[in-house]
Ligand binder design. Structure first.
Ligand SMILES: [Ca+2]
Ligand SMILES: [Ca+2]
Ligand SMILES: [Ca+2]
Ligand SMILES: [Ca+2]
Length: 303
């Protein structure tokens, strides 16, 4: 045993000695990667935001969204720090090492913040943020135009998203092409610290929300269910067939035989049609048909 310890100890010393002696490491090995223009490719890291730079115990950077929030011609990065419950924006500039970072929200209102979406929700030309928090609700933060970097963004929790358990994904898209954005969000329901917990949960919805002209009013957000499943995780607005009409692509998991990949295709018709045509006549507990809607949900599909 002592001999083994000595061997391991000596090996450790020898590795350290080799590194100190300038032996090649993965990082300092000269690159042999060549771009199409004949130049060699290598990488240089720059710190945008972390605990050392900010002085804050930032933990668990998860989602991020890119946009030029202050319209200065440089991309900025909104970062969702899930474990420490921070929403911060780093404003870019000419210098790769110079970023101005502000905290937009921290603590209970962004508890376990997971995901975000960017869009000009109120139509004033400035990009806002809508975020989903696993420990709370959706939170809308409106870009003030003036004082963007002071972090004084007005905000609201859409009342229909309160007390619903965990929200895990959110998107903004103009589903009906009227020039106004709608939100698409996934209500996971149960909270699962560290990704662990019981899967024995009631179905919860994937929904879209009409927002109205005054997004800072909590009751302006009206929910419309698209789907329910046990612990839903993702549903993305995308024009899957390129016909100019946004569809919703979603995965349904944790619901047994009805798990799968589903395409909710948006269709248009000259005369009114049933708002939703399910793929099967009989569905699972994961997707109750319209007579079992939540009372606060209004409709499955766009009006
Ligand atoms: Ca910018
Ligand atoms: Ca705006
Ligand atoms: Ca719209
Ligand atoms: Ca389409």
């Amino acid at each position: 045993m002592l001999r083994n310890i000595l061997c391991v100890g000596l090996l450790g010393v020898s590795i350290v000695s080799a590194a100190r002696a300038g032996e090649p490491t993965v990082a300092n090995t000269p690159t042999d990667a060549v771009a199409a223009d004949g130049l060699f490719i290598h990488w240089r890291e720059h710190i945008i935001d972390d605990e050392v730079k900010s002085g804050l115990p930032l933990r668990g950077a998860d989602g991020f969204e890119l946009a030029d929030f202050d319209q200065d011609g440089h991309l900025d990065v909104a970062v969702m720090w899930e474990d420490s419950s921070h929403l911060r924006i780093s404003f870019g500039g000419d210098d790769a090492d110079h970023w101005q970072t502000v905290t937009l929200a921290a603590g209970a209102e962004v508890k376990e913040i997971e995901d975000g979406a960017v869009g000009d929700v109120n139509g004033d030309g400035w990009l806002a943020l809508l975020v989903a928090t696993e420990g709370g609700s959706l939170l809308y933060l409106q870009n003030p135009g003036e004082g963007i970097r002071e972090g004084a963004w007005e905000r609201v929790v859409p009342s229909v998203t309160s007390d619903r358990g965990s929200w895990i994904r959110v998107y903004l898209a103009d589903l009906n092409r009227d020039g106004r954005l709608e939100a698409i969000a996934v209500n996971k329901g149960v909270t699962m610290p560290s990704g662990k917990g019981s899967m024995d949960a009631p179905p919860t919805p994937v929904s879209w929300f009409s927002i109205g002209d005054k997004p800072l009013e909590a009751d302006a957000w009206v929910e419309h269910e698209l789907n329910r499943t046990v612990i839903p995780v993702n549903a993305r607005p995308i024009d899957l067939d390129g016909d100019g009409l946004l569809d919703v692509l979603y995965t349904r998991g944790n619901s047994g035989e009805y798990d799968g990949l589903y395409w909710l295709r948006q269709e248009r018709s000259e005369s009114p049609q049933a708002v939703f045509t399910p793929a099967r006549e009989k569905e699972s507990r994961a997707l109750p048909l319209p007579d079992s809607f939540l009372s606060r949900a209004v409709n499955w599909i766009l009006r």
